[in-house]
Design a protein around this ligand. Structure first.
Ligand code: ATP
Ligand code: LTN
Length: 330
């Protein structure tokens, strides 16, 4: 029997190359050896304010992106989280087993609630890791491929699953994170101390998968560099160029050693030009495919309907078992 993989992207905007390199690319590879569930986690997107019309468009944009990067609906189950009501149901059941202190230690909550202060932060944002645990635990997931920022949430999921199993008897499989060594944290092109993010206000630090060639070129050429010259991989001392090298490495498959050998004697300008070129060549077919899928919402709906048909019975069975253990079932 194949092991199970589960992961998701929030439909908060078009994905960027951080999402692609840190998560989506791995997902495509995993389809060969695992039974994969790839979810559009819209219930998570509404933990911060969303415009309903935009949100609906972004759900389709994520579905189109999944397909464009190579997720194959014949091999994997591709579905929309809010279609399967058991995600929020298990989320509630697990929330009753979670302590306030455990959630207030989560760094994503701390970061995202900084803007408003904790008094005004949404309860949904606070409880977010419990819903994420529910997503993962519903499908007896073994592996969760994510970027480094999600590590703490997966640890929390394991902790919660173990607590539930100890209290109510064996119910949940304990999942493991799958995090790449290089590229799990693609940093902003404008500030290499911050992760590349959809919520980057100016957009200059983030390359979206739908950015046109000239935009990619401009963003790379204007990326910040380090105070010392030279193309060498050292994330501590040379965070900016090391970040650009990670992107180059992921797009070309070249090792850091080869990149250092090829560009060692050259300046930042030459390296950036080469990076822009390989990145444009890599992303432009993906962009074309995203735009093609977006023209065919009927096809996207059909794929999401089929995904629902596959995911729903499994989720339903798990929630029934959980309710039974907790004494909720008649
Ligand atoms: P936001 O920036 O709005 O919080 P996000 O991009 O972090 O959004 P998702 O879209 O849900 O959130 O992330 C999808 C996947 O991409 C997750 O596995 C996440 O760990 C990964 N990811 C996000 N940003 C990066 C990054 N800069 N580098 C590597 N992986 C990333
Ligand atoms: N929290 C994740 C998105 C997410 C997820 C999941 C990832 C929600 N549910 C389940 C893996 C498995 C994020 O912010 N990137």
């Amino acid at each position: 029997m194949k092991e199970t993989v589960f992961s998701g992207v929030k439909p908060t905007s078009i994905p960027h190359i951080g999402n692609y390199i840190g998560a989506l690319r791995q997902w495509v590879e995993l389809q060969k050896d695992y039974n994969c569930y790839y979810c559009i986690v819209d219930d998570h997107a509404i933990t911060v304010p969303q415009d309903p019309k935009m949100l609906r468009e972004q759900i389709y944009a994520i579905a189109a992106t999944y397909l464009a990067v190579g997720i194959d609906p014949k091999k994997s189950t591709l579905f929309l989280q809010s279609d399967v009501a058991q995600h929020t149901e298990l989320g509630w059941l697990l929330m009753t087993q979670t302590k306030m202190g455990e959630l207030s230690r989560m760094t994503q909550y701390k970061d995202k609630s900084k803007k408003t202060g904790s008094e005004s932060a949404g309860v949904g944002l606070f409880a977010y890791p419990v819903l994420m645990a529910a997503d993962i635990l519903l499908y007896d997931t073994n592996k969760v491929p994510v970027g480094h920022d999600q590590m703490q949430h997966i640890e929390f999921t394991r902790f919660l699953a173990r607590r539930f199993n100890e209290k109510f008897g064996q119910t949940f499989v304990l999942p493991q994170p799958l995090i790449q060594k290089v590229g799990a944290r693609i940093m902003s092109l404008k500030d290499p101390s911050k992760k590349m993010s959809k919520s980057d206000e100016s957009g200059a630090g983030t390359i979206m998968l739908t950015d046109e060639d000239d935009v990619i070129q401009k963003k790379i050429m204007r990326a910040v560099t380090d105070s010392t010259a030279g193309i060498s991989y050292d994330p501590e001392k040379k965070p900016a160029v090391s970040n650009l090298m990670s992107i180059y490495h992921h797009v070309t498959g070249d090792t850091m050693k080869k990149i250092e050998d090829d560009f060692g004697g050259k300046g930042y300008g030459d390296f950036k030009k080469a990076l822009a070129e390989v990145l444009i060549a890599h992303l432009s077919p993906i962009r074309t495919k995203i735009n093609e899928y977006l023209k065919n919402p009927k096809e996207l709906n059909k794929i999401l309907d089929e995904g629902f048909e596959k995911a729903h019975p499994i989720a339903e069975k798990k929630v029934r078992a959980v309710k039974d253990k907790m004494g909720l079932a008649r």
